[in-house]
Design a protein around this ligand. Structure first.
Ligand code: MRU
Length: 368
């Protein structure tokens, strides 16, 4: 996507130093636009864990590049294979909910397992990381193509009036390598001249909606309004939401969907108000091993600090301030699971399907 006329992806190999991977450091958006150099697997693991980058597809792409950096380091080790195994484990431990992490590391392991020469391993890991990124971009573009049809149908019914779409967290291009998942249909509709307006949930505690989704929609010129997380139900009751589109960090083969904490409550409100609730995802986000999302999807719990403090711009400084009474404990469940029965449809790179095992297996007979 473009930032002030210049095309960016969220992760790339540094042009003049192929031992360095560059990312957009999202911790400081929307106030600072910072590109970070990542030069080791350890630094990539920190960038994922501490959310310099985030969003399921981007976490996968970052892990793939992390394996590349690990291979570079392994070339100088006495036991390169043992070193690599430690790096895989380090990357795997960074964020438990987004299945794209394990998926991407698994892809890398599969490619590297039969290559013995450490230098050739590095070359293969780089090519594969770049391929994973390119595939991810194409998948997100196609999600946009299929999701656009849903928006067009609503636009026809509303005779060209503005379509109000609610989204939660950031499932935009900054959560992916490009385009986004939930935002991809929105960008395509906007670019086609369909009138869209996005309700952006702020998404406490890290405010990915208020800080990141709003920023990218603004950069692209898409009309939007930031709302606090508890507003969605009220808007739906008053006919102010035509559809909900969210992303997901892990979807079971039965169509249960883990996404940023608070998504489930939006789905309940949508059901109660007959508002279509869509989830956009590339197939790398499907966990074919799981059937019961509520019982089986691991839910990341993050530091209480993220709840107790809030970050913003004060004058020219990005500052963190206390929000809660000092000494009040806080809990920080980062994701929740929306059962398939509350989901209207899954927007994938192969088309839109019902959220159930039969439909998913029909769409992905080769992967399921
Ligand atoms: O904790 P985050 O910011 O990584 O969570 C991101 C989300 O929940 C997104 O909605 C999800 O990854 C879908 S991404 C396209």
């Amino acid at each position: 996507m473009k930032i002030d006329g210049q095309h960016f992806r969220t992760i790339w190999l540094k042009t003049d130093d192929h031992k360095v991977v560059q990312i957009l450091d999202q911790r400081f958006l929307p106030h600072r636009f910072i590109i970070e150099d990542i030069s080791s697997c350890e630094e990539m693991a920190t960038a994922i864990k501490d959310m310099h980058l985030r969003g399921a597809p981007l976490i996968g792409a970052a892990a793939a590049y992390g394996v590349y950096l690990a291979c570079l380091e392994a070339e100088a080790q006495n036991d390169p294979e043992e070193y690599l195994q430690k790096c895989y484990a380090k990357l795997m431990q960074t964020r438990p909910t987004a299945v794209n992490l394990g998926w991407a590391i698994g892809q890398q392991k599969q490619i590297l397992k039969d290559i013995n020469d450490p230098v050739l391993k590095t070359k293969a890991a780089l090519e594969s990381a770049q391929q994973i990124c390119d595939d991810s971009v194409e998948r997100c573009r196609l999600i946009g193509v299929h999701g656009l049809q849903l928006i067009e149908e609503i636009s026809k019914k509303k005779e060209g009036e503005t379509i109000n779409i609610l989204t939660h967290c950031n499932a935009g291009w900054l959560a992916c390598v490009d385009y986004g998942t939930a935002t991809s249909p929105i960008y395509q509709a906007h670019d086609k001249g369909i009138k869209v307006h996005v309700w952006v949930d702020e998404t406490r505690p890290r405010n990915q909606g208020a800080r990141i989704t709003a920023w990218e929609l603004k950069k692209h010129g898409v009309p939007h309004t930031v709302i606090v997380d508890n507003t969605g139900g009220h808007l739906m009751q008053h006919g102010l939401v035509d559809m909900v589109i969210v992303g997901t960090d892990r979807t079971t083969r039965t169509g249960d969907v883990a996404n940023k904490i608070g998504t489930y409550l939006k789905a309940l409100a949508a059901k109660d108000n007959d508002v279509p609730f869509y989830v956009a995802l590339p197939s790398s986000t499907i966990d074919w091993n799981l059937r019961d999302g509520v019982k089986e999807i691991p839910i990341e719990q993050r530091s209480a600090d993220e709840v107790q403090f809030i970050q913003g711009l004060s004058g020219n400084e990005i500052t963190k301030v206390w929000l809660t009474p000092q000494g009040s404990p806080a809990a920080n469940y980062a994701f929740d699971v929306t059962p398939a029965r509350l989901v209207t449809g899954l927007i994938t790179e192969r088309g839109v399907c019902e959220p159930n095992e039969e439909a998913l297996v029909n769409l992905y007979p080769d992967e399921s």
